[in-house]
Design a protein around this ligand. Sequence first.
Ligand SMILES: CC(C)(COP(=O)(O)OP(=O)(O)OC[C@H]1O[C@@H](n2cnc3c(N)ncnc32)[C@H](O)[C@@H]1OP(=O)(O)O)[C@@H](O)C(=O)NCCC(=O)NCCS
Length: 178
Amino acid sequence: MKLSTYSPSNIEEIKQLFTKTFSDSEGQSEGLLIGNLAYDLMTSTDGHDFYVFVATENEQIIGSIIFSRLTFESEVDAFLLGPVAIHTSYQGKGIGQKLINFGLNTLKENGVELAFTYGDPKFYSKVGFSLVAEKLVKAPLKLTYLEGWLGQSLVSDEIEPITGHSYCVEAINKPEYW
Ligand SMILES: CC(C)(COP(=O)(O)OP(=O)(O)OC[C@H]1O[C@@H](n2cnc3c(N)ncnc32)[C@H](O)[C@@H]1OP(=O)(O)O)[C@@H](O)C(=O)NCCC(=O)NCCS
C-alpha cells in the first residue's frame, strides 16, 4: 500500500471511490452526494486551498482524503478534513488512520497550524482530533451534530480560541454537508 498526494489525472477515479464507498455505507443518494462533493472540491477550488491524498494498492486507488481551506477573520493557516473514504473491502485494516496521519504530516510540513473535521469522534480521536466547542472556534455553517465538530493543533498541544466567523471553500459551503 502506497500513500501519496493525488495527481489531477486521478480526479475521476477518486470521485468514483467516494461515490462507491458512501453508496455501500449509507445508500446510493448519499454516495452520489459525496462523490459530487469530492469532484467539486477538486475542480472548483483554488490550488492553494486544497490537498488530496490517496492510498494506492496495485495501482488502484483504495482510499482518499480531501482537505480544504478554512478561513478566519484573524490570520491562521487552517484546513478542514473531509470527505474521507476507504474502499469498503479495505476498511478496518488501519489504512484510514495511516492516510490521515500522512495528510496531517504533509500539511504540517507546509506550515498549516490547525486541522478541523466534522465527523464521528470515535474514529477521528484515533488520529488526534478532539471536540471543539463552538464558543472557542466557530464552524462555518450550522451544525446538525454539535459533537461532530473536531479539531487539533499541528503546532502546539491545544487549540487557542479564535474570535469571529470561519469560512469554508465554496464546494462544501452547503447546509446538506453539515
Ligand atoms: C470511516 C473510515 C474512513 C475508516 O477508515 P478505516 O481504514 O476503515 O479505519 P481504520 O482501520 O484506520 O481504523 C479502524 C478503527 O476506526 C473505527 N472505525 C472505523 N470506521 C468507523 C466508523 N464509520 N465510525 C466510527 N468508528 C469507525 C473502528 O472501530 C476501528 O477501531 P478499532 O481498531 O479500535 O476497532 C472508513 O471505514 C470509511 O471509508 N467508511 C465509509 C465512509 C465514511 O464513513 N467516511 C467517514 C466520514 S467522512
